[in-house]
Design a binder for this molecule. Structure first.
Ligand code: GTP
Ligand code: SPV
Ligand code: MN
Length: 601
């Protein structure tokens, strides 16, 4: 079976970085007693260890070597074809009561779930190696930074976490020896990579995650969606900060004025691309820098929100990435990258739909089959991904390691909507902005298994990631607003509106700078806007559209509101709130009534 490689026995000096904290040692002992591995590999994240694990992964076909001249120190991994995306239907929040998990999460009883998982994990690592990975989420000196340990039987997970987190000694130092220190317990086992035995379970009260039966992405890199978002959001609510599915970018004007912006778009809806934006030629002297591309942790300091990126690398969507759409991403993934589920060309290079240039005449597709441009199947899986260190990004923001974080001037929500939602609008105030976020909807993508292109409500892009009751989450947003004396302005964007011909009306990517510029103008108190029932809208001349080849009608369509579409939209907001069974805060119900009233005028 693919991925289920036998135990590996490293030479001396590798795999023996045992931590000192007794609580960790006791827990590792407990899991080893249960899973019965052949040996325990204590990871330190060192270069030597990494080289050893790559060599073993190549031997065992967990990794495929790429042409090292074309993509130095980069490898291809093929996951099991039954295991290519997050599985929301098998993701659980296991709180003592169902009510704590709330109406949007799958809930299961913690005692029963622990028992079920213990049954599945019993003897699961027999004949194999158990890796113990210490890692840290957040900059070294941030008060928000969290320590986690992931136990796994997958070398791919070890190699990926080394890129995605700050791994090894740095995490052990941060944790120290206090047996009562806060740290996250993560257990992962591939089992037999069978969707019938695939469960991603969170126990927020115990700061524990158990994931079985998958080897892919957000299901198994427990640092990411599981700790930084689901457990993170639970801790954030209790501890008075925010854990959000947000990119963080810096934007500097030619005069040197710098702002930071955080944006929540659902999975595969443009965060990585926006975070790495290169302004069009017309915006000479403007510079966009990346703090983070997927997750933002924010806290209040001096009445403002300050954000850090808890991650250390990018696990980004490959298809569609090109020098035309995202040159910074192309440079980032040119070396030291693990590619998962892309195509392999005959000269050992990687290929995917949407890459620059002509498709290769022949390639091996993501499943390992022959592929030609005539094939009906895609060469790369639509959710194929790159894992690359953030240090590779030429546009990395210089303050990415700043412990206090970066001050946020604006928060942007944005879904993938082919109709109804205009290119950009600004909320009237914080509470109205919370309403815009809470009622956001988006067409589903390949980032999770299931139907693609179905419009669903995805509040704050957190539907699959909020680790507690969504009503309490909305209230937490409102409460944060009350504590801010200098709150960021809140906006909503939609890069994905389509015309009657079914094509995107807006060119997107670098051209999104034009919208970002208006957002910055508004944050600085300039920039024109018209009041509408859904918020402040720019008129066409409020946006800098110079040197952009776009039709006037398209601009009007992009910026406009269709009365009929909005009647339906408001009805959908009500239906969504009603479906949550009474947990929606009164303030948001009031916002909905005001919106409805605005359209009846
Ligand atoms: P996750 O990593 O799943 O959280 O996704 P993400 O939000 O970072 O999405 P990403 O930036 O990787 O974009 C996903 C897809 O949307 C890619 O296929 C992009 O090419 C496409 N995309 C991104 N930005 C734009 C845009 O401005 N316009 C259009 N039309 N497509 C875009
Ligand atoms: C997402 O789905 O939002 C991702 C990819 O960022 S994964 O890490 O697989 O969840
Ligand atoms: Mn994401």
């Amino acid at each position: 079976m693919k991925n289920l490689a036998p135990a590996i026995f490293p030479p001396e000096g590798i795999g023996d970085a045992k931590p000192g904290n007794k609580a960790v040692l006791d827990w590792v002992h407990e899991i080893a007693t249960l899973t019965q591995p052949e040996n325990i590999f204590w990871c330190d994240g060192s270069e030597r260890e990494n080289e050893f694990l790559i060599a073993e992964s190549l031997k065992q076909n967990v990794l495929i070597e790429l042409n090292q001249k074309k993509v130095p120190r980069s490898y291809l991994h093929r996951s099991n074809p039954n295991d290519v995306a997050r599985v929301e239907q098998f993701t659980f929040v296991c709180t003592p009561t169902k009510q704590e998990a709330g109406p949007t999460n799958n809930w299961s009883d913690p005692t029963e779930t622990y028992a079920k998982l213990r049954g599945l994990l019993a003897g699961a690592m027999r004949g194999r190696t158990m890796f113990v990975i210490p890692y840290m989420m957040g900059p070294e000196d941030s008060p928000l930074t969290k320590v986690g340990f992931e136990i796994t039987d997958s070398k791919y997970v070890v190699l990926s976490l080394r890129t995605m987190t700050r791994m090894g000694e740095i995490a052990l130092r941060r944790l120290g020896d206090d047996p009562n220190a806060e740290w996250n317990r993560g257990v992962h086992s591939l089992l037999d990579v069978n969707p019938e035995r695939r469960f991603i379970c969170h126990f927020p009260q115990d700061n524990t995650i158990i994931s079985v039966g998958s080897g892919y992405g957000g299901n198994v890199l427990l640092s990411k969606k599981c700790l930084a978002l689901r457990i993170g959001s639970y801790l954030a609510c209790k501890q008075g900060w925010m854990a959000e599915h947000m990119l963080i970018l810096g934007v500097e004007s030619p005069e040197g004025r710098k702002h930071y912006v955080a944006a929540a778009f659902p999975s595969a809806c443009g965060k990585t691309n926006f975070a790495m934006l290169i302004p069009p030629v017309h915006f000479k002297g403007w510079k966009v820098t990346t703090v983070g591309d997927d997750i933002g942790w924010m806290r209040i300091r001096d009445g403002r929100l300050y954000a850090v990126n808890p991650e250390n690398g990018y696990f980004g969507v490959v298809p569609g990435t090109s020098f035309k759409s995202n040159p910074n991403a192309m440079q980032s993934i040119a070396h030291d990258t693990i590619y998962t589920n892309v195509a392999l060309t005959d000269d050992g290079d990687v290929w995917w739909e949407g890459k620059d240039g002509e498709p290769p005449a022949h390639a091996i597709d993501w499943r390992g089959n022959d592929w030609t441009p005539q094939s009906k199947e895609k060469a790369a899986h639509p959710n194929s991904r790159f894992t690359t260190p953030m240090r590779n990004n030429p546009a990395l923001d210089p303050d990415v390691e700043k412990g206090e974080g970066v001050p946020i001037s604006a928060i942007i929500f944005g879904g993938r909507r082919s109709d109804t939602v205009p290119l950009v609008c600004q909320a009237f105030d914080w509470d109205h902005g919370v309403y815009l976020g809470a009622t956001m909807a988006s067409e589903t993508t390949a980032a999770a298994t299931g139907a693609v292109g179905r419009v669903r409500r995805d509040p704050m892009a957190m539907l699959p990631f909020c680790g507690y009751n969504i009503g309490d989450y909305f209230q937490h947003w409102l409460d944060i607003g009350k504590r801010l004396t200098n709150p960021p302005l809140i906006f909503n964007v939609n890069w994905f509106r389509k015309g009657a011909d079914g094509k995107f009306l807006w060119p997107g990517f670098g051209e999104n700078m034009r919208v970002l510029k208006w957002i910055i103008d508004r944050s600085e108190g300039s920039g024109g806007a018209l009041k509408s029932p859904i918020g402040w809208l720019p008129s066409p001349h409020d946006l800098d559209l110079a040197e952009l080849d776009i039709d006037h009608n398209a601009v009007d369509e992009l910026l406009g509101l269709d009365h009929e579409e909005w009647q339906k939209e408001i009805a959908a907001h009500k239906e969504f709130f009603d479906s949550l069974g009474g947990v929606v805060p009164e303030e948001l119900q009031k916002q909905r009534e005001q919106l409805a009233a605005g359209f009846e005028l």
